[in-house]
Design a protein around this ligand. Structure first.
Ligand SMILES: [Zn+2]
Length: 220
């Protein structure tokens, strides 16, 4: 690849690729494909543009690509804050006597706990489906607060995923999982790797583009 081709990630989340005019489109695409982890890492590092959440009744929160309004129920007896997913809302049940600051902290912490508990089981289920289909094994799964990656696959076959993925649409989560599971077979971004990704996610380019464009919407 010519050294005249460059990629820059803009602080607002845009990705700019500069290439000589004579370079064929497939060569530019190949260059972008090879840099995909770097692009996603750089994008994940840019600041989310969403304002601080207030955790009020009706405020919308993303869960696997769908926005659910918060429904807040209060109870008279002091109790642990409980979160539950209903058909069309996220129900928060908490003690009526909390101060305003404590109420916000309780809902924020409760939601985070709930996101991680439910998110890890959904992601584990998906990983199990794809490792079985592809015929590979992993050692463990971690869901972490990481700023620089969406997913990773270690030399000891440990898979790690960014907890923000719990907010992304299922097909995008599937793409990140397929990408990392395919690294259990190919530890690089060569054509065999992308061929395997495409076999299990024919629309992977679309899903990768979704992450490029929408990462700033995701903030847990
Ligand atoms: Zn990769």
């Amino acid at each position: 690849m010519t050294s005249a081709t460059t990629i820059r990630v803009h602080p607002d989340g845009g990705v700019i690729v500069r290439a000589p005019f004579w370079l064929p489109a497939f060569s530019i695409q190949k260059f972008v494909d090879e840099k995909t982890d770097w692009i996603l890492r750089s994008l994940a590092r840019t600041k989310p543009s969403v304002s601080a959440k207030k955790y009020r009744e009706g405020d919308k929160h993303l869960y696997f690509g769908r926005e659910y309004p918060l429904k807040i129920k209060t109870v008279d007896r002091p109790t642990r804050t409980l979160i539950e997913l209903a058909e069309d809302c996220i129900v928060v049940c908490l003690f009526r006597g909390h101060s305003e600051d404590k109420r916000i902290a309780e809902i924020r912490d409760g939601l985070l706990r709930w996101y991680l508990e439910t998110g890890i089981s959904v992601i584990t289920e998906k990983v199990n489906v794809y490792t079985e289909k592809i015929g590979v094994n992993y050692s463990r799964i971690d869901i972490k607060k990481v700023s620089s990656i969406w997913g990773s696959c270690s030399p000891s076959n440990k898979l790690c995923f960014n907890r923000k993925l719990i907010m992304a649409p299922h097909e995008v989560v599937d793409y990140v999982i397929i990408h990392e599971v395919c690294h259990l077979v190919h530890r690089n971004h060569g054509s065999h790797f992308w061929g395997l990704v495409a076999k299990f996610d024919p629309k992977y380019k679309e899903h990768r583009r979704w992450l490029y464009r929408n990462h700033s919407l995701l903030s847990i």
